[in-house]
Design a protein around this ligand. Structure first.
Ligand code: NTF
Length: 838
């Protein structure tokens, strides 16, 4: 660092963020003319976006510097959130709003000849995630910064995020998402590079004191390079860091020795092999495929992150025993579970601690969040694969398991079966490492993400572990969403209306303030403004639908939306069968009867994993059904079926504020929480849903009169499945008619959909579509009726929004901080906040 006498100069010339419109414009022009080497004669919208982003990035990074200095100086406990996915979406709008300078930017851009909306729309989504799990991580980062927690996110800098979805002839086609062409939001840290080892072997030896030691040797080295993304808090100068690792060949560009000896191709191949590690996000949601490259990604990311965390801790020169007082690491699902093993290895092999001492530090440091009970999503890695890639880690896992099983045996000496059930190693062919069990054993707290889900993990998949560790190790933290992005940014007019009635934007920091809205639930004037905003949002979505699909929809119709990853357990198939049922009903009606119907637009969106054939079939059916219904003159405006291509975060910001009703209709007990349910209600839409995940708590909060619940309960699912397979399984009569229509070829070649129909008719109907179909349609009829009474409908929406305070991710982060991490916020000093615009 700079010696004391010279620091005055540094202080005098310290970089400052702009505050005024004039300063903002100066910064934009400077970036256009210098950083981008352009001028007013060739500054297009892309360049203007780049320059505006760089102006904000400069501002954020000065705040970031101060935040980091303050945290280092305070020397308190930090949180590290390890997630293989961060589904951030766009950054510019978010930065402008969180810093409080959107108005300044808007005026400044206008003065320079641009419309702010056009500039915002230039940005490519940062789509480093699949769905709910990755978006939750992004909401958490926003809350951590907004609440001034000293926290870092650690992830991978994929060159390709989740694929772009195109619909061609009704089929999903995947196109690579190369998003790094120009990304002004990241800072490469070419000085923060970590060597990561793979393969090799373990050498055993005795040290000078005669102690048995192990050393991991040989194999190959790949470099991890840090890229930092500043995370601005809302209405605070605190700016946290998201550190993403990128892989690079250890030998630099390529191997010169090989190159000089004429082996050009293989020298480049080595480099490419190294870069492959962080090349692409695996596009599976709620599914584990066990590919070696995925395990490589996990170790690469975990080892680099831990190296960083340990290095930071060692600077403070504290005793190792204080590590858990300085460091809390949260495992976002089992993907980073290797961190448990890596920290044990560092303490044991590199720092020379004894096993018990090391293990006591490790198991106090980690917390594990489970996000699913679906068996196909629970990670397992084959032992031979592990042995080859991470031989030392496998040894440590075996040792962890040995001590763990010994403790279980001491506790339950008479129960022989329990050992096989809870062993971290599954005795299959080949043997498998059960990552969730490893995560439980290596953490001090395990949490589910909604009440029902947290109860389910305790009574089903982790039942034995509750017996072993006691119930206190298991807890619930119901998910939340950031109101900054999901209300203020996505629905600016609604946010403004709420602000006008609740005394400003304070509700964005304390969402319980929304309670104040309840007294307007019967206020005529307020309801009118409310309804106008909803209508305007629907007009905006209708335009998007027109421009992307060519279909005209009536903004006065009921907009019924289901957007989320396509999955059998989420039951988009039930929704589209419901649309067919509605279509058949309309066709069978007289024109007089039709006049009484409420017009509806059924809107679907979401990606199918590229290898998930059934999910792709569902997309195909939705598109084919739309193609028939949308041009049937008997139907007209009464029903339209739309599939929106390439659902992502920035599209969600247009879609969610435009819903009247949205569908959260998973088979009870399968959706751990769901988070879009919260976003839809917060934006003044009602929901139709099953008693699953967070729907249950949403009902508790907003009242059962304000939600349309239907279907079988989680506690009955097992018996129903059993009855399908061993008893008699009669198909719901309405569903039978729907299937008949599909088989007739009304929606194209029936053969294309035979597996989808067969799964229900002949193969056990695992997701209970037939069992819930009647109650689903009945409830949709109730929705139709309720929607006809607009006055009451709007009141329901207002009351629901007023009661949504609980679902802020701020509440959620405060719960983690208090009950799992034991960390305190560290607010910026007064002067630091002064830089913020209002
Ligand atoms: C998802 N889990 C769940 O399926 C959602 O219900 C939940 O809202 C989100 O996590 C966030 O908690 C997964 O994606 C995974 F990976 F666990 F399968």
């Amino acid at each position: 660092s700079i010696p004391e006498p010279q620091r005055e100069a540094w202080k005098k010339f310290a970089a400052k963020g702009f505050r005024t419109q004039e300063d903002f414009e100066k910064e934009v022009v400077r970036h256009v003319e210098t950083t981008l080497a352009r001028s007013m004669f060739n500054c297009d919208e892309t360049a203007a976006y780049a320059a505006a982003s760089l102006a904000f990035r400069d501002r954020l990074i000065t705040q970031w510097n101060r935040t980091q200095q303050r945290q280092t100086f305070a020397d308190g406990k930090r949180v590290y959130y390890l997630s293989l996915e961060f589904l951030m979406g766009r950054a510019l709008d978010n930065a402008m709003l969180n810093v409080g300078l959107k108005d300044v930017a808007k005026a400044g851009l206008q003065d320079l000849g641009f419309r702010i909306e056009d500039i915002i729309n230039q940005e490519h989504d940062a789509a480093l995630g699949n769905g709910g799990l990755g978006r939750l991580a992004a909401c958490f980062l926003d809350s951590l910064a907004s609440l001034n927690y000293p926290a870092w996110g650690y992830g991978l800098r994929y060159r390709y995020g989740i694929f772009k979805q195109e619909i061609v002839d009704g089929y999903q086609v995947e196109v690579p998402d190369y998003w790094l062409d120009f990304n002004p939001w990241e800072f490469p840290r070419h000085d923060v590079v970590v060597d990561i080892q793979f393969y090799g072997h373990v050498r055993k030896f005795q040290d000078t004191q005669g102690k048995q030691c192990s050393s991991w040797e040989g194999g190959e080295i790949v470099k991890a390079v840090a890229y930092d993304v500043p995370i601005p808090g809302f209405d605070t100068a605190a700016t946290n860091n998201l550190r993403l690792w990128s892989s690079k060949a250890a030998s630099g560009e390529f191997d010169f020795q090989k190159f000089n000896s004429g082996d050009y191709e293989s020298s480049v191949a080595d480099q490419q092999r190294a870069e492959t590690i962080s090349a692409v996000l695996y596009p599976n949601d709620n599914l584990d495929r066990g590919k070696e490259l995925r395990l490589k990604q996990q170790y690469f990311w975990v080892a680099a992150s831990l190296y960083d965390i340990v290095r930071r801790f060692k600077k403070s020169k504290r005793a190792w025993s204080e590590f858990p007082d300085q460091v809390a690491i949260q495992l976002n699902d089992t993907h980073p579970t290797l961190a448990v093993v890596e920290l044990q290895r560092i303490l044991l092999d590199l720092e020379g601690l004894e096993w018990d001492e090391a293990w006591s530090i490790v198991s106090k440091t980690f917390g594990y969040t489970n996000h699913t009970v679906l068996p196909e999503a629970l990670e397992k890695w084959s032992v031979p694969l592990f042995q080859n890639l991470l031989p030392r880690h496998l040894q440590i896992i075996y040792e962890i398991n040995l001590y763990f099983l010994q403790s279980v045996e001491r506790k339950f000496p008479k129960d022989r079966d329990i050992l096989a059930r809870v062993s971290i190693i599954e005795e299959s062919q080949p043997k498998m490492v059960r990552m969730a069990f490893l995560a439980i054993v290596g953490s001090h707290k395990v949490n589910g993400v909604a009440e029902l889900h947290s109860d389910l993990i305790k009574t089903t998949i982790f039942k034995d572990f509750v017996k072993i560790f006691g119930p206190d190790k298991f807890t619930n933290v119901t998910n939340g969403i950031t109101p900054r992005r999901w209300l203020h940014q996505a629905n600016p007019r609604l946010s403004e209306l709420i602000a006008s009635k609740t005394g400003g934007l304070g509700f964005l920091k304390d969402l319980n303030i929304l309670n104040d809205l309840e007294k307007y639930a019967d206020d005529k004037e307020f309801k009118k403004e409310w309804a106008e905003i909803k209508y305007a949002n629907k007009v905006q979505l209708a335009k998007h639908i027109k421009s992307t699909t060519g279909v005209t929809v009536n903004p006065s119709a009921l907009f019924d939306i289901q957007v989320k990853r396509i999955h059998e357990y989420k039951r988009q198939q039930m929704n589209i069968f419901g649309c067919i049922h509605r279509y058949l009903t309309i066709k069978s009606m007289t024109p007089e009867e039709r006049k009484k119907l409420a017009p509806r637009v059924s809107i679907f969106g979401g990606k199918a994993a590229p290898g998930y054939w059934m999910a792709k079939t569902i997309i195909h059916l939705i598109n084919n059904v739309g193609a028939v219904i949308n041009k049937d003159p008997d139907v007209g405006d009464l029903l339209k079926v739309i599939f929106l291509e390439d659902y992502n975060v920035s599209k969600a910001e247009i879609i969610i504020p435009a819903s009247d009703i949205s569908e959260h209709i998973s088979t009870a007990g399968t959706e751990a929480s769901g988070t879009s349910n919260m976003k839809f209600v917060l934006n003044g839409g009602l929901i139709i849903g099953t008693c699953d995940g967070a729907n249950i708590e949403i009902t508790r909060e907003i009242g059962e009169n304000n939600i349309f619940l239907f279907g079988n309960l989680a506690e009955d699912v097992e018996d129903l499945r059993h009855a399908h397979n061993y008893g008699s399984h009669t198909l719901d009569p309405d569903l039978a008619k729907v299937f008949e229509e599909i088989k007739k070829g009304t929606f194209g070649d029936a053969g294309a959909f035979s597996a989808l129909v067969g799964a229900i008719e002949d193969h056990g109907d695992y997701y209970l579509v037939s069992d819930d179909f009647h109650s689903y349609n009945q409830t949709q009829t109730l929705v139709d009726e309720a929607y006809k009474n607009q006055d009451e409908w709007v009141s329901k929406c207002i009351i629901s929004v007023a009661r949504m305070g609980f679902f802020s991710s701020d509440r959620c982060i405060n719960e983690y901080a208090e009950s799992i991490w034991n960390v305190e916020p560290l607010a910026p000093e007064k002067g630091e906040t002064d830089g913020l615009g209002k």
